[in-house]
Every structure is written in C-alpha cells, then in structure tokens.
Design a protein around this ligand. Structure first.
Ligand SMILES: [Zn+2]
Length: 505
C-alpha cells in the first residue's frame, strides 16, 4: 500500500502539477494500465493510468487548439509520459505503432526534454481536442508527496500495441483491461489501485461514457472537482470531515465500510454546510460501490464522533450501534458489547468485530473488519496528536493503558485513528506501544515530582510537563490528574508491561 499513508503533516507539502491519461478503447471499453515497479518507494507494485509530473521543459509549443498555455503544458506532459511509459505516441501525424518510434522513445527516456524537439522534427503535433478533461485530483494534505493532477481521456479505435519500459525501469508492465475486469481483480486483491483510478473505473464501469465523464468532471460535493477522501482498499472509504476537536486535529475520520450494505463509523460532523457536503459525498460513494448505508457505528459518544449520527439515522431509517455507555443520547440505539460481531452483506463477507476499549470514554469501542484487517480505533491514538484522558469526562488512565496493550496485540493491515493519517500494517500497533511508553515516561516524571514532596497540581505541572509549552498547561493539567488517579490506585509501570505481555499471548 502507498507509503504516503504512513506520513502526516499539519500543512501538507505544496502539490506539484501532474497529468494522467485514461486511454479508452472505443469498441470494448478497455483502458490502458501501467504497473509501477515493486521496488519503488512511492506506490511500488500499484497499477495506474500512465502519466506523471509536468516539467519545466513541457512548454506546450507543440500543442494545437489548447484553451490556455497551462493546459498545453499539462497535455505535453501527458503525451510525453504515455510515450515514455507505454510506447504509444498520442500525436497527430504519427502512426500509433510503438516499434516505429522505438529509438526515439529510448532517447527520450534518457532525455525527456527532447520530446518537443522530436515532435517538431517529425512535424507531429498534439491536438488538445483529442484529450477530454476527466477530472482533477489533489493528494490529501497528510501526504509528503502531493500532486495536483489533471485527468484526460483519450479515445482510440482499438487496443494499441504497447511495450513496458523494462524489468528494471519505473514501469514493468503495460496492459489493457476493461474497468469491470480491473475492479474484479482489485476486489480479489490481485491488483492495487490508489483512490483516483479506482474512482474513475467505478464510473466507467457503471455509466455510459458521456455520463461517466460528466461525473468525473463534476463530482457532487466538490465545487472545484477535487476529491479528498481515500479508499486504501476496496470497500474501505476514509472521509476526513471538519470537526470541532482538540488541536492539532481539525478533522475527524469518518469511515465507511462495505459494498452492498455500508456501515458509517463516527459521523462526527457538526456544521450544517459540512453535513451537506458529506451527504453528497456519501451518495457518491454509495453510487460507486452500488450499495446503501444500513448501520451507523460509534466508537464513542463525543460530539466530534457522533454529532451527525441521529441526522443520518433519521434520513436513512437505519439504527445507531454503540456501547451501552455511549447510547444514552440515542434512544432506540442498538447496544454492542465486547466481542460482538456485525455482518454486512456484500460481494465478500464483511464481519466487523467490536472491542470494548475504555479509557478515553467508558463506552469506547474499536472496530476490526476481518477480511481487510482494517482496525478503526477512534480516540485510542491520534496521528499526530495526544489523546485526552479527562477524569471529569469519563476518562480513566489505567483502563486506557490496558486497552492500548490489548490493541497492540492485533495484526491489522490498516489502522484508522479518529484523527490524522491512517497507519499501514505494523505502524498501527507500533503507535499503540509508543503511546503506552510515552504515558509511562510521563508517569515516571510525575512519580519523581511527587517524591520531592510536591503535592498540588500547580506545583507538579512545571516539573512533570517541563517539555510542554505553558499555553498547553490547561490540557496537561487534565492529563496529570488522570495519571495521579492511576497512581492513587497503586498501579505501577510493571503492571502495564505485564498487560502487554498478557495480551500478546
Ligand atoms: Zn475525537
């Protein structure tokens, strides 16, 4: 899976311009795919549509009929990348056969800036009207490598002969597949696609071409056609929604799981405008997978996780599920206890196991989907950030550390925290363990401060939180009180270490 998922960044890197071409064969509807080399750090082994970055030398001087200079640059990069990666030359005057231009292609692979001089020398040109705009995607801000990518669809009469770059190169395979074939392979785990190509293929598989293009260009809920959710595995949608939550987080991850029947986990959307955006978005996801929401699941009952639960429940006529301790504000809610399973109908069986993980909230649940091994862990960790354990809001530091110890024994392929970037494979359990260690180090500082004879919170804070800005003391004070309560219980770090060993057994 994409390495960028493991990264997080508050502001995000500046997106670089890129172009992607959906080569679409008219009679059978096949689409051209390239496969990235397994050895690549960025999306190694992924299938994708051909494309890449717009470079300074993509001046656009060989493009006719472009609406503006910027588009001419995007189209030059598009045609150049398709030529480099697949051998297909999308230029007027050229015959679309790879072998004719083999030597030129090899030369351009070495010196991509020679692409435009090559077109000029051969008297070829790129006709902008051959490239139909098919949407624009911007990589989410938590990625270290971000692209502002324009998609174009290029129609061809037949599947053109293609050739990959070579076993040691960036692109190791090139193939034609129908959207249905590709989505089937993805569902079986035989093909890895990032969110944008999966989205494109779902539309191409569902609608006639003209309507599919319309939907790719004007996605409901996104005024400027940029789509900011991710679908790291088929049927797992992560939608960051704006929420009033603790810094550094500004969003809550609402997770939508399933195909035919969909579960909406943690719809913590508080603002009316954001609710409208989310609802359009949800319709869009349902349309893409051909399903409908059948359940709302809550990790806990804080507003930034459940504010829109009643609204969605009423709109779709579907129940709200949560731990009994989290359902007091939801009359008629369905109680879920530790070990309960929730099944969702779909092409494959979806089984969501509930784990009771009190600490942040007495009724906190985590959800583990067994087929994809996706763990939705709510406010057990934030990435980045610290989870607030507040005695006055049902928090319990001792239970929190026990719950983290239990989670660290799981082996998820994806961990989705309530706030921040998802974590791949062992990065999830590693963050649970690091969080336990961080809390124990803090507890040790508090213990040392207590040994000096200090007793009041005001006295203890500057010693135990000497690494924390004074502005954050009001938050630190609550954490400190939670630690003091645990120490009062006579709990020791060794107890927590024992919990971790116990849960691994
Ligand atoms: Zn939260």
């Amino acid at each position: 899976m994409a390495s960028w998922l493991t990264y997080n960044s508050a502001d995000g890197a500046t997106p670089r311009q890129a172009s992607v071409v959906i080569l679409h064969e008219e009679s059978g509807g096949s689409v051209l795919f390239v496969r990235r080399n397994h050895a690549l750090a960025f999306m190694g082994g992924h299938h994708a549509f051909p494309g890449g970055r717009v470079s300074g030398f993509d001046t656009g001087r060989c493009v006719h009929n472009a609406p503006d200079e910027e588009t001419a640059g995007y189209l030059t990069a598009a045609a150049r990348e398709v030529f480099e990666e697949t051998g297909v030359l999308l230029a007027r005057g050229a015959v679309g056969r790879e072998e004719v231009y083999g030597p030129a292609r090899r030369e351009i692979l070495q010196n991509p800036e020679h692409f435009e001089p090559f077109l000029e020398a051969e008297k070829f040109y790129i006709d902008a009207s051959d490239f139909v705009p098919a949407g624009r995607w911007i990589t989410p801000s938590f990625s270290p490598m971000r692209f502002d990518t324009r998609y174009f669809l290029y129609r061809c009469r037949a599947c053109l002969p293609v050739s990959p770059m070579g076993p040691e190169e960036e692109i190791t395979e090139v193939c034609w597949l129908t959207p249905q074939q590709a989505l089937e392979k993805r569902g079986l785990g035989e093909m890895t696609l990032s969110t944008p190509p999966a989205f494109v293929l779902q539309r191409l598989a569902t609608f006639p071409l003209a309507e599919a293009l319309e939907r790719l260009r004007h996605t409901p809920g996104f005024s400027d056609t940029l789509i900011d959710y991710i679908e790291p595995a088929a049927g797992i949608h992560i939608v960051p929604v704006k929420a009033h939550t603790l810094p550094p987080a500004t969003h809550t991850n609402c997770v939508i799981i399933g195909e035919t029947e969909l579960a909406i986990i943690d719809p913590g959307i508080q603002d009316e405008a954001e609710r409208r955006r989310f609802s359009l978005h949800l319709d869009d996801i349902c349309e893409g997978v051909g399903g409908r929401p059948t359940a709302i699941l809550l990790t806990h009952a804080h507003p930034d996780h459940c504010a829109f639960a009643a609204g969605l429940s009423g709109h779709y006529g579907i129940p709200i599920h949560g731990h009994p301790e989290a359902l007091s504000q939801f009359p008629g809610g369905r109680p879920l206890r530790d070990g309960a399973y929730l099944e969702l109908a779909g092409v494959r069986p979806w089984r969501i196991r509930c784990l009771h993980t009190p600490g942040h909230h007495p009724g906190h649940l985590c959800f583990f989907e067994g087929t994809t091994r996706t763990l939705v862990c709510g406010d057990m960790v934030a990435n980045p950030g610290t989870i607030m354990i507040d005695n006055d809001a049902g928090g319990d530091m001792d239970l929190y550390l026990k719950s983290l110890a239990r989670l660290s024994a799981l082996e998820p392929s994806l961990t989705v925290p309530g706030h921040g970037a998802p974590l791949i494979a062992e990065a999830g359990p590693a963050l649970f363990r690091a969080t336990v260690e961080h809390r124990l180090r803090r507890e040790e500082k508090i213990r040392k401060a207590l040994e000096t004879g200090l007793r009041t919170v005001e006295e203890l804070l500057p010693l135990a939180y000497d690494d924390t800005p004074v502005a954050l003391y009001p938050l630190a004070e609550r954490q400190l009180r939670a630690h003091l309560k645990r120490l009062d219980k006579g709990r020791h770090p060794e107890d927590t270490t024992a919990d971790i060993h116990e849960s691994r057994r």
